[in-house]
Design a protein around this ligand. Structure first.
Ligand SMILES: C[S@@+](CC[C@H](N)C(=O)[O-])C[C@H]1O[C@@H](n2cnc3c(N)ncnc32)[C@H](O)[C@@H]1O
Length: 209
């Protein structure tokens, strides 16, 4: 079955290059417009993802990497649920500047489509919400996620339904499963931005090393 046509539903889905995406988010942060839009759109990605994650992550002390943290909406959900040890990374300096002070242990600006300057086996878990979408971060980033996470670590992510097959996320997920690099715990269609007619696949995988 072909992916549903969602490309016309949100303006940023039309952008192609990382440079264009970064500029768009930098401007979207002005006057907290990004956060205001997410409230108006009833964007449920961060809550749905953390609600799924917390069913498997009983230890609240674990070290978590929020890949594509933006203004910190996932961090807010993590904190509400008792987690406190998390780092965030994003492409947009402007959005990182809007993250509430002290919410994350460390914040950094990096491109997740490039090799990460992080040692092997550093994190217990990775959350990646809203970042696997049109023009953003490609399936190869999952290889880096597996490298920087510990054995039995959890990777929990959303993938916009419009790019799941188009960008080869379906193939990448199968490849990692067939190579026995991770094991599926959850994979379902989540609401995400249903007010705009856009849903996302929500996956949670346990890494095997
Ligand atoms: C839809 S927002 C999601 C932000 C946050 N996770 C949330 O749920 O609100 C997508 C985020 O991905 C970031 N992003 C896009 N391309 C990226 C890249 N190549 N490397 C790192 N972050 C990227 C954007 O700057 C933006 O903050």
């Amino acid at each position: 079955m072909a992916d549903k046509d969602v490309e016309n539903k949100v303006p940023i889905y039309k952008l192609k290059t990382t440079e264009e995406i970064m500029k768009y988010y930098d401007e979207w942060g002005t006057n907290n417009k990004y956060d205001k839009d997410m409230v108006e759109w009833d964007y449920t990605g961060p809550k749905e993802t953390v609600d799924t994650f917390k069913k498997y992550a009983n230890n609240k002390e674990i070290k978590i990497y929020d890949a594509g943290c933006g203004t910190g909406l996932v961090g807010v959900e993590l904190k509400k649920n008792g987690y406190s040890n998390f780092d965030g990374v994003d492409l947009s300096k402007k959005l990182l500047d809007l993250v509430p002070n002290g919410l994350y242990k460390n914040l950094s600006k990096s491109d997740l489509n490039k090799p990460l300057n992080i040692s092997n086996n550093k994190y217990d878990a990775i959350l990646c919400v809203g970042t696997f979408t049109f023009g953003h971060v490609k399936p190869q980033a999952l290889d880096e996620f597996i490298r920087i996470i510990k054995n039995k670590g959890l990777i929990c992510f959303t993938i916009n339904e419009g790019i799941y097959k188009k960008y080869g996320f379906d193939k990448k997920i199968n490849e990692l499963t067939e190579k026995n690099l991770w094991k599926k715990k959850e994979f379902f269609k989540s609401n995400y931005i249903s007010s705009k007619g856009v849903n996302a696949w929500l996956g949670l995988y346990e890494v095997i090393k």
